[in-house]
Design a protein around this ligand. Structure first.
Ligand SMILES: [Zn+2]
Length: 74
């Protein structure tokens, strides 16, 4: 087993630009990551969690463009 295999399995979370948490209403606190090949959404502020299979995710993301690959170096 190589080091690369280990790091690849580590969950990678991306912030969703322009998304508002449906729970705490904070902007840019929602993160997107994969778990068992299902996209999961989680709020870094209040811990709100939602699976991508749920239609509400699209509402929360407000049709933000470029969801994938958005990094905020803060
Ligand atoms: Zn929240």
């Amino acid at each position: 087993m190589s080091q690369q295999d280990l790091s690849a399995k580590r969950t990678r979370k991306r912030f969703i630009a322009g998304a508002i948490c449906p729970e705490c209403k904070k902007l840019d606190t929602l993160m997107l990551y994969f778990e068992n090949n299902v996209e999961q959404m989680e709020c870094a502020h209040c811990g709100y969690h939602q699976s991508q299979s749920n239609q509400d995710v699209k509402t929360a993301a407000k049709g933000a463009e470029g969801i994938i690959g958005v990094f905020k170096p803060e």
